[in-house]
Ligand binder design. Structure first.
Ligand SMILES: Nc1ncnc2c1ncn2[C@@H]1O[C@H](COP(=O)(O)OP(=O)(O)OP(=O)(O)O)[C@@H](O)[C@H]1O
Ligand SMILES: [Mg+2]
Length: 224
């Protein structure tokens, strides 16, 4: 479970201070699929980055499985991210010269887990996301939706308990978006991975068990 308590993140740019999220308290249980929704600038990405340990709060606490992590040292946080958390971004962020298989396999090398055959695992994961026939393709030889599924496969290589996705379908057409969202939901069902994703699209609420709405950095009641 991830718990955040009275979390505030203020960005300072010179003399300007932006309160991107303010006093947010929230629990995400293991096995949930949660959507973070709200207008542009409402603080969605900021909140996701806090939940995913990609940033530190200005004030407040973050607990992952009971452990307070906002004051934890950088090394321990990096290790925790690599071991338990997976990320999917809007722009895929695949390495263009590497094949799908190599893109997925690479982050496995950073966590030297003994006894894990990451080559075999990369192949298995690519099959799991429906790309078993595409493992030797480079990103440019794949559709946008397929590239995003490679990025999802990459996020799975270290068997994370949580996946964080910031508008994973923003650059995709409707059909590819469905394939990507169904892949995430399927991973939740089959592997019990907790999925937290940001979306602009009200229709995306059908993919999640729960929706969280932000307005001006605060949690609010649904607006539809
Ligand atoms: N690094 C930063 N420095 C200063 N201000 C920032 C920074 N990142 C975000 N902000 C500001 O914080 C607020 C929340 O930004 P955030 O990116 O979390 O919004 P969002 O809901 O994800 O928006 P979008 O839907 O456009 O992606 C915005 O007003 C934004 O301008
Ligand atoms: Mg955003």
């Amino acid at each position: 479970m991830i718990r955040i308590k009275n979390l505030t993140r203020i960005y300072s740019l010179g003399d300007v201070r932006v309160k991107a999220i303010q006093d947010v308290t929230l629990n995400v249980e293991q096995g949930e699929v949660v959507t973070i929704m709200g207008k542009s600038g409402s603080g969605k990405s900021t909140l996701l980055r806090q939940l995913g340990l990609l940033d530190r709060p200005t004030s407040g606490e973050v607990y992952i499985e009971g452990e307070e992590v906002s004051s934890m040292g950088d090394r321990k946080r990096s290790h925790l991210r690599l071991e338990k958390l997976g990320y999917v971004f809007q722009e895929f962020a695949l390495l263009p010269e590497l094949s799908a298989y190599e893109n997925v396999y690479l982050p496995g090398l950073m966590l030297s887990k003994k006894g894990v055959d990451f080559r075999k695992k990369a192949r298995e994961i690519l099959s799991l996301v429906g790309l078993g026939e595409r493992i030797d393709h480079k990103p440019r030889e794949l559709s946008g939706g397929e590239q995003q599924r490679v990025a999802i496969a990459r996020s799975l290589i270290n068997s994370p308990k949580y996946i964080f996705a910031d508008e994973p379908c923003a650059n995709l057409d409707t059909l590819s978006s469905k394939a990507v969202m169904n892949t995430l939901v399927d991973l939740n069902k089959r592997l019990g991975i907790t999925v937290i994703f940001v979306s602009h699209d009200p229709d995306d609420k059908m993919y999640s068990n729960r929706q969280i709405f932000l307005k001006d950095g605060r949690l609010v009641e649904p607006y539809f």
